[in-house]
Design a binder for this molecule. Structure first.
Ligand code: ADP
Ligand code: MG
Length: 707
C-alpha cells in the first residue's frame, strides 16, 4: 500500500517541451476533466496535471488472480469470469434488501450478493458477460461473494488484469473517473517528468526510472512491480531527508567554531572525586565520546539517551564541569520548573565545596530578581545557569557560553535547538532524552546529531513490579499500599485529568483525591499536585513530599519528568490507557530510584481498545525502556510518538518508517557517502536532487544555500 494524498513535487525541470507544458497546466484543461471535475479535484489538492501524477493510490484492488470456479479458495481476493444466469431481489425483515446475481462460469456456479443496494438489480441482465472479483466463501453447496467488484464486458472485451488503483476520493468523484483522468495524465505528461537520479545511479541502486515508477505506482501489473515502484519513491523520499540531515550536519560542523576543551588526567580526576560513586561502563563510554567532541574546535551536537535513572544527569554534570574548568559558562535547560529546581539541588550537593557559581533562571522570578540574574549572566559571574525555556528568551545574554545541555530533548523541537544558536554564540550542545528513542527515529528526527547511548543502570537498582489490575483488585491494592506506607514508604496516584468532565469517563484528580482522602487512604497525608499550581505551590509541595511530610501525591503526569524521590516506591495509575508507553515508562521510572523495590498498579477504564490493551500488556511485560520504545513505535508509528509538527520536520508521504527500515539504512549510508564526497551536493549531475532537498527541508533544517 502506498500512502495516499499528494506527493511533493519539487525540483522539476523540463525535458520534453510539450509534455512539460502539459504538466504545468491546470488540470481543468486535461481531456475529460472540465471545470466541474477540476473543482472536485481541487478539493483533493490536485490543481495541476503534475499533481495528478503524484496523487498516489491509497490502496489497490487485486485483479491478478483469475480462476475457474472449481479452483477457488477461501480467504483471498480472486476473479471469476462468467455469464449472468439469474438476478434475484428480496426484501428482508427490518427493511433490508438483498440482490443476488447468479454467475455461470467455467467449472461451476457462483453467486454475487449485495445488501441494501436495490438499484443493482437493474444493472444486470441474463446472458451478460461479467467478471466478479472478491473473496469467495462457501455458502452451502455453491460459492458466494459478498459485494464483489464487477466488470461488465462487451462481447469481445478482455477483462482488466493487474492491480486496480483505489484513490482517496471526495464526494461527487468516483474511482473510475479518477482512474481515467490519471491514465490520461500519464499518457500526455509522463515524458515531461525529469528524473532526479542520473541513469548510472539508478542502475547501481536498483531504482526504476521516474517514468516507470509513476506508471507502475498507478497501474501496476502485479505486486512485485508495485513493490519496485514503491521502492523508488520510498528510497527517494528517505534519501532526500538523509541528504538534508547530512548537509545540515556538515554545515553545523564545518562553518562553525566552538571552544576547545581538553580533559587532562588531572582534570578528570578532580571531577570524578566530586561523585560518591564510580561511573558505570555506559557512563564512561558516553563521557569518552563527549570529551572527544569537546576537544574539537567545532560545536558538539550530541544526543545522550538512556533509560530513566541510567545516570545521564551525572554525565551532563561531568561535561559541565569540563567547560567551567576552561572558564566558560554553561546552560542547562529543562522543560519544567520543578525539574530545573531539582537539577539545581543536585548541583548544589555536587558542587558544595567548589567555587562554581550557579544560578536558577525560571519564570517564577520577580522582574527585579530576573534583572539581577540576567546581569550576573551577562557579566560572566554565573558559571552554571539552570532554567526552563525562559533561558532561550531573547534578553538572556551570556558572557561566554561554552556548553548547552538540553534535558528531556523530545519536548524541544528543532526550532528551539536553533533559537539558542541564533544568539550569536557557538557553544557545544548536548541534548538528553529521558526516554530511549527507537533506532529508526534517532536516524531520522535526530539524524543530524551524534548519539551516545547508556544501556546499563547504576548498581543496586531495585526492580519495579507492575500489575494490570481489574476493578475488583482495588481494595487489595490499597491494603498493600497502606501497608507499605506504614513501613515508611511513599507513593503516587496518577490520573489523566484534573477535573471531572462530562464527555470523558475518566478518573479525575479531584475525584481520586476526594475518594482516597475520605476512604482508603484516610489515615495518611495526601496532597494534590498538578500543572495548574503556581511554581511556588509546586515547589512547596515537592519540598514537603521529599521531607516525608506528605506521604502520597495525587497528581497528573506533571511528575512524569525527572522527579527524584527515592523513598517513593508506590504508584497507582488511573486510566493508564490515556498515556503513551513512553509516558508510562517515565511515570514508572519515578519509583525505581532508591533502595526499595517499586510497585506499580494500573487501573484501566472499562472500554479498552485492542491496541490499548496490547500497549498495557507490553508495559507490564518489561521494564527495559529500549524494548518498550521499539514496541511503542511498532504499535503507534512515528507520528504519534513524536508529533512531527512539534518537531518541525515535514511529514513523510510514502515511506513507512516501520516497514521501510532497510531502505532507510540504505538511503542513509548513500546520503552520507554522497555528502562526504561533495558536501554541498554541487555536482551538476545531482542538481535536481539538490533542489529537491532544499525545497523540502531547506527551511525546516535551516540549510544554508551553499554554492
Ligand atoms: P537520569 O538523568 O538518567 O534519569 P540520573 O543521572 O538522575 O539519571 O541518576 C539517577 C540516580 O542514580 C541519581 O540518584 C544518581 O545520583 C544515581 N547514579 C547515577 N550514576 C550512578 C553510578 N554510577 N553509581 C551509583 N549511582 C549513580
Ligand atoms: Mg534525568
Amino acid at each position: 500500500m502506498v500512502g495516499g494524498g499528494r506527493l511533493y513535487f519539487e525540483g522539476m525541470e523540463r525535458t520534453e517541451e510539450k509534455a512539460v507544458k502539459i504538466l504545468l497546466q491546470p488540470v481543468q484543461y486535461l481531456k475529460g476533466v472540465g471545470p466541474h471535475r477540476a473543482e472536485l479535484l481541487a478539493r483533493l489538492g490536485i490543481h495541476y496535471v503534475k499533481d495528478l501524477l503524484f496523487y498516489f493510490p491509497r490502496d489497490y484492488f487485486d485483479l491478478t488472480d483469475y480462476r475457474q470456479i472449481s479452483d477457488l479458495e477461501e480467504g483471498k481476493v480472486q476473479s471469476v469470469e462468467g455469464v449472468v444466469d439469474s438476478v434475484e431481489y428480496r426484501l428482508l425483515p427490518g427493511g433490508r434488501t438483498v440482490v443476488s446475481v447468479g454467475l455461470q462460469g467455467k467449472g461451476g456456479y457462483l453467486r454475487g450478493i449485495w445488501f441494501n443496494q436495490p438499484y443493482l438489480r437493474d444493472q444486470f441482465r441474463r446472458g451478460q458477460r461479467v467478471v466478479f472479483s472478491g473473496k469467495p466463501r462457501r455458502g452451502g453447496l455453491i460459492w458466494e461473494m459478498f459485494h464483489p467488484m464487477v466488470q461488465q464486458l462487451g462481447a469481445e472485451e478482455e477483462p482488466q488484469r493487474g492491480l486496480l488503483p483505489l484513490y482517496s476520493l471526495t464526494e461527487g468523484l468516483e474511482q473510475w473517473e479518477v482512474r481515467r483522468i490519471v491514465r490520461t495524465a500519464l499518457e500526455v505528461a509522463l515524458p515531461g517528468v525529469e528524473d532526479v537520479f542520473p541513469e548510472d545511479y539508478r542502475a547501481s541502486h536498483r531504482l526504476l526510472s521516474i517514468q516507470e515508477a509513476l506508471r507502475h505506482i498507478h497501474f501496476p501489473p502485479d505486486w512485485p512491480t508495485l513493490e519496485l515502484a514503491r521502492r523508488r519513491f520510498v528510497y527517494q523520499e528517505l534519501l532526500v531527508l538523509q541528504l538534508a540531515l547530512a548537509i545540515r550536519r556538515g554545515q553545523q560542523r564545518s562553518f562553525r567554531k566552538a571552544p576547545v576543551f581538553r580533559v587532562t588526567p588531572e582534570l578528570d580526576k578532580r571531577i570524578r572525586r566530586l561523585f560518591p560513586f564510580d561511573f558505570t561502563p555506559g557512563q564512561n563510554q558516553a563521557i569518552q565520546e563527549i570529551c572527544a567532541d569537546l576537544a574539537k574546535p567545532v560545536p558538539m551536537l550530541r544526543l545522550l539517551h538512556g533509560d530513566v535513572g541510567s545516570g545521564k544527569t551525572v554525565v551532563a554534570a561531568y561535561a559541565i564541569l569540563v567547560a567551567i574548568a576552561h572558564g566558560y559558562q554553561t546552560a542547562l535547560m529543562t522543560p519544567t520548573e520543578v525539574l530545573a529546581q531539582q537539577h539545581m539541588r543536585t548541583f548544589e550537593r555536587l558542587l558544595e565545596h567548589s567555587r562554581v557559581r550557579r544560578v536558577l533562571l525560571t519564570g517564577g522570578l520577580s522582574p527585579r530578581e530576573r534583572a539581577a540574574v540576567l546581569a550576573q549572566i551577562a557579566a560572566g559571574e554565573a558559571d552554571l545557569v539552570i532554567g526552563t525555556h525562559a533561558l532561550i528568551q531573547e534578553d538572556v545574554q551570556f558572557h561566554q557560553l561554552g556548553l548547552v545541555i538540553i534535558d528531556e530533548q523530545h519536548k524541544f523541537g528543532v526550532r528551539q535547538r536553533a533559537a539558542l544558536k541564533a544568539s550569536g554564540q557557538d557553544p557545544h550542545y548536548l541534548v538528553m532524552s529521558a526516554t530511549p528513542i527507537p533506532r529508526t527515529l534517532t536516524l531520522t528526527l535526530f539524524g543530524d546529531l551524534d548519539v551516545s547511548t547508556i544501556r546499563d543502570a547504576p548498581p543496586g537498582r531495585q526492580r519495579v513490579y507492575t500489575f494490570l489490575a481489574d476493578r475488583e483488585h482495588r481494595s487489595q491494592w490499597w491494603e498493600f499500599f497502606r501497608e507499605k506506607l506504614r513501613e515508611g514508604r511513599q507513593g503516587y496516584v496518577v490520573t489523566p485529568i484534573i477535573e471531572d468532565s462530562e464527555d470523558l469517563d475518566l478518573v479525575s484528580l479531584e475525584r481520586a483525591y476526594e475518594s482516597l482522602a475520605n476512604g482508603e487512604l484516610e489515615a495518611f497525608k495526601l496532597a494534590l499536585m498538578h500543572g495548574r499550581l503556581s511554581p511556588e505551590q509546586k515547589q512547596a509541595i515537592m519540598q514537603a513530599f521529599r521531607a516525608g511530610e506528605i506521604q502520597v501525591l495525587v497528581c497528573t503526569s506533571v511528575i512524569e519528568v525527572g522527579i527524584d524521590v527515592p523513598n517513593a516506591t508506590l504508584m497507582a495509575i488511573e486510566n493508564p490507557e490515556r498515556f503513551g508507553l513512553a509516558q508510562l515508562h517515565q511515570l514508572r521510572g519515578r519509583i525505581s530510584r532508591g533502595r526499595y523495590p517499586g510497585y506499580c498498579c494500573l487501573f484501566p477504564g472499562e472500554e479498552l481498545t485492542e491496541q490499548a490493551r496490547k500497549r498495557l500488556e507490553a508495559f507490564v511485560s518489561t521494564t527495559d525502556g529500549f524494548e518498550l520504545a521499539e514496541k511503542d513505535f511498532e504499535l503507534r508509528g512515528p507520528g504519534e510518538i513524536f508529533g512531527t509538527r512539534q518537531h518541525g520536520l515535514p511529514p513523510l508521504f510514502v515511506a513507512d518508517l516501520r516497514r521501510d527500515y532497510a531502505t532507510l539504512l540504505e538511503a542513509r549510508a548513500d546520503a552520507q557517502q554522497l555528502v562526504a564526497n561533495d558536501p554541498g551536493l554541487a555536482n551538476p549531475k545531482f542538481g535536481l536532487l539538490r533542489k529537491q532537498v532544499l525545497a523540502r527541508y531547506g527551511k525546516a533544517l535551516e540549510l544554508a544555500e551553499v554554492a
